[in-house]
Design a protein around this ligand. Sequence first.
Ligand code: GDP
Ligand code: ZN
Length: 385
Amino acid sequence: MNASGNDAALQTCVLTPIGRGAIATVAVRGATAAEIVGKYFCPNAGSSHLPIDRIRYGVWSRDADSAIGESIVVCATAETEIEIHCHGGRAAVEAIVGDLVASGAERIGGDSWLQGRSDNFLSSECQLALAATQTPTTAGIVLDQIRGALATATQAAIEQLRSANLEAAGQAIQTLIDRAPLGRGASKPFRVVIAGPPNVGKSSLLNRLLGYDRAIAYDQPGTTRDVLSARTTLGGWTIELRDTAGIHETAEAIEREGVQSARREVQSADAVLIVVDASVGWTPEHDEIAKLVPNPIRVWNKADLIDVEAMPDAAEKIFTSTLSQAGIDDLIAAILQQLIPQPHAAGMAVPITDRQLACLQEAQAAIASSDATSAAVHLQRLLRG
Ligand code: GDP
Ligand code: ZN
């Protein structure tokens, strides 16, 4: 027993973001893991024995008399380690974790869970990231790393450093760093902010982009009052669209709403659309927003109201109409180009987490100062945590 009264050898961890996915995974490990799970797990058929890597269906119930149980799937991943896959809602997850803790398990966070996995740290770290992916594209990128793409590329760079080939190692590391947007997009949604003065068509554009792909869109909880946000997929990537003036035209803020919300929003944005009413043109307010954004995507909306050909530099501009849907494909292509400048290919080595990227950047900095030893240390840290 440890200080908190728990059996120190028995640990449990929720491996998935709570309340986000349809399914959550609770893991439990320790010499008595199977015994404890067996107290609650009632298989639909057969004995409660758990062969390794075989899935068993059943319910989770607190006592034999209680008919109330959560439908679950249980799978032993090792002699002393079991995964419980249950309904993704917070209540189901907390009920199961609560029972495990009541039986002596210590609840630990994802980082601590991984500490015990130094043999395969990188792969386990990516496993946690897999739970947050929401599209086949993003899951595929993470799965490639679980299967060892990043580990193999990193190991190869370490070998190059050992044979004093700093330049080749530096190029290999730079290639991985350049792919960071792919990993970034795989581990959390890209944030695309739609900015502009009132009435240019921001909300209409947001709805058009949501309708694209017939994606399932849902409101995000916890958004600020004057920002409307919703998620969709574009080109296989999860995108969080944010309309900076979601709550319309409160009397006192009508002129400045675009600028003020843009100022708050652009800092955390991966791409910013500045929307122009093409029949009105670029205004001083657009200038103010553009000043805040290094590389905005200018969108000339309401193109149906003007003669596009008569516009100066028409060929270089993105014209959209939310009425006819014209130009929406071009706009999506421009957004994706900015978010993911590097094309993705199956099997590619990609850094997924901020930690992995930081290790690569530190290794690159060491190579820049011709310190092969230190560079190799950073790459080892990438592999082993
Ligand atoms: P926001 O204030 O920037 O969010 O603008 P809204 O999306 O609320 O649109 C303002 C007005 O412009 C509404 O009456 C829309 O129907 C209209 N509108 C939006 N997009 C277009 C477009 O592409 N063409 C035309 N003709 N009207 C549009
Ligand atoms: Zn609006």
